[in-house]
Design a binder for this molecule. Structure first.
Ligand code: CA
Length: 528
């Protein structure tokens, strides 16, 4: 009895100490919702003001920008799905976190430090729902439900998910975007409401092969989208670009264009081959009367309309989440980010896909709201990289940013505290030659110039004055003043040393050539 009494006194003392010492006494902890689509270009988001987005607006993504900030100079450090995701999670460049290729680059090492782990260790409930695409089971989450079929890409229809690394669930009815949308709301409803939460809400859409929910099939049927200015680029002065295999005219396959075989094919292999026809530049047309410029135009319209129909689904699902936060009194103390794992070509340079350091695939859309800290309607051209996301989210929550993260918090952009002081952002892409024959390259971008080095089976430099040539059509490397080239090369070398990416060309080629097979979480049990 006496012991119980003393214990009670000690507990009262401790709890009153906790109260007086806590600076957050009257403040609810900040929840985090990190929303990421796959391959959703900034050109497709109406907050960024492009011509096509005026015809296909994204009111819910715009809500985040309007209630918070639109960031105009956010760049990925390796423009491809898995590597960008690994950099975002770890706050480290590809060569440091070890996940630098999608194909033959192995699986993500989930043992390493990631920002969800920091939140989890600091009393947050953490969850990831949707696309993961890093092979290994997600770590640092109290709950995970991630796409696993089609090599971890997931599919738009009949997607398979793995729950908490153990149970496989096959979805038969709902489109993948709808499943992810519903699952997030279910998780928010079922969470422990006394704890802060951190949710990663990640869509498969609008990744290739751009299959929208049937409810969007009637969108954009009564008009066509304008062609981008650089649609008929001839790649003059850009050797690497001229060797690409991602042209709308020549490399979209029958599956991309939603074609069906005229008769049943004997085996699955035959069927796969039929649908993939076109990938390697093989000529095909849906009917013989459609040829040349008209065929290219038809492919573009088919592509862009399906892509934007997938975007419409993502935008709706984001609206559902924002409504939920508002209706449940969570909007005021929840930070919401919307981004994409990289940018994408919507016909610029005649392309689909990503990978290049050219602006459309290098630049990431990034909108963020955080009531009380970010003034509504803010825009910023602070140069940011995807390795900055982890430190920024941790900083917003008032937690300590681990010293090993290479990125820097940019919270100061909104609070007038310190911001990353950088003259340039850095890029390095490694994969070759599949899928689209993009030469491995690295480079820097300052606020005015972009210098790139294609080094794998060529030794080509490219330099752009982005201010006067924002579409990067004119490589001025051979005509620019020598001092400018020297200055930019010096900056590039410094940044490579700072980020510990100062490997020799031969060592980098070995990284590209090294094959590490991935071991996906294949389905182990299907619940019908
Ligand atoms: Ca992607």
């Amino acid at each position: 009895m006496r012991h119980t009494f003393y214990l009670l006194i000690v507990l009262i003392f401790l709890s009153s100490c906790g109260e007086t010492e806590s600076p957050q006494k009257d403040k609810k902890p900040l929840n985090i919702v990190y929303i990421m689509a796959d391959d959703l270009a900034y050109q497709a988001i109406s907050a960024y003001g492009s011509e096509i987005s005026k015809l296909a607006p994204t009111p819910n993504i715009d809500r985040i920008a309007n209630e918070g900030a639109r960031m105009d100079a956010v760049y990925c450090t390796n423009s491809i799905c898995g590597p960008s995701r690994a950099s975002i999670l770890t706050g480290k460049f590809s060569h440091v976190n070890g996940f630098y290729k999608n194909v033959d680059g192995g699986d993500f090492d989930g043992e390493q430090l990631t920002f969800p782990k920091v939140f989890q260790e600091n009393g947050y409930q953490t969850a990831v729902i949707g696309k993961w695409h890093l092979g290994t089971t997600p770590t640092g989450f109290d709950y995970s439900k991630v796409l696993i079929n089609w090599g971890g890409q997931g599919t738009y229809f009949k997607p398979q998910f793995c729950v908490n690394g153990t149970d496989t669930i096959q979805e038969y009815k709902r489109h993948s975007t709808k499943v992810i949308e519903d699952d997030c709301i279910d998780w928010l409803e079922s969470r422990d409401k006394d704890m802060p939460f951190m949710l990663l809400y990640q869509f498969k859409a609008p990744h290739r092969d751009w299959r929208p929910d049937s409810i969007y099939h009637d969108l954009f049927t009564d008009f066509d989208f304008p062609l981008p200015d650089s649609f008929n680029d001839d790649y003059e002065g850009r050797l690497a670009a001229s060797e690409n295999m991602m042209e709308i005219e020549n490399h979209l396959n029958r599956r991309d264009m939603k074609q069906e075989p005229p008769h049943a094919l004997p085996t699955r292999k035959d069927s796969m081959k039929w649908y993939a026809y076109g990938d390697r530049g093989q000529f095909w047309t849906p009917n013989d009367s459609l040829q040349g410029e008209e065929l290219k135009y038809w492919k573009y319209q088919t592509y862009i309309k399906d892509y934007l129909r997938c975007v419409a689904g993502v935008d709706r699902a984001i609206g559902t989440l924002l409504d939920y936060l508002e209706e449940n009194g969570l909007a005021e103390n929840t930070l919401v980010v919307y981004t994409s794992d990289q940018g994408f070509y919507l016909g610029e340079h005649g392309w689909f896909d990503k990978r290049w350091m050219y602006e459309e695939s290098f630049k990431m859309p990034f909108v963020i709201k955080c009531p009380g800290i970010i003034e509504p309607g803010t825009t910023s051209d602070q140069m940011i990289m995807n390795v900055d996301f982890a430190p920024t989210l941790i900083d917003f929550a008032g937690l300590d940013v681990p010293g090993e993260m290479q990125g820097t918090s940019f919270k100061g952009v909104f609070t007038e505290e310190e911001v990353p002081n950088r003259e340039a952002v850095y890029y390095h892409y490694y994969e070759w030659p599949i899928w689209h024959k993009v030469q491995p390259h690295y480079g820097i971008r300052t606020d005015k110039y972009k210098l790139m080095h294609f080094y794998y089976s060529m030794d080509e430099w490219e330099l752009y004055d982005i201010e006067s040539d924002p579409q990067e059509m004119h490589n001025i490397y051979n005509e620019a003043p020598e001092e400018l080239i020297l200055d930019l090369k010096q900056k590039l070398e410094h940044i490579r040393m700072d980020y510990k990416d100062d490997y020799s060309i031969n060592e980098m080629k070995v990284m590209t050539d090294t094959v590490i097979k991935r071991v996906y979480n294949e389905p182990n049990k299907v619940n019908k």
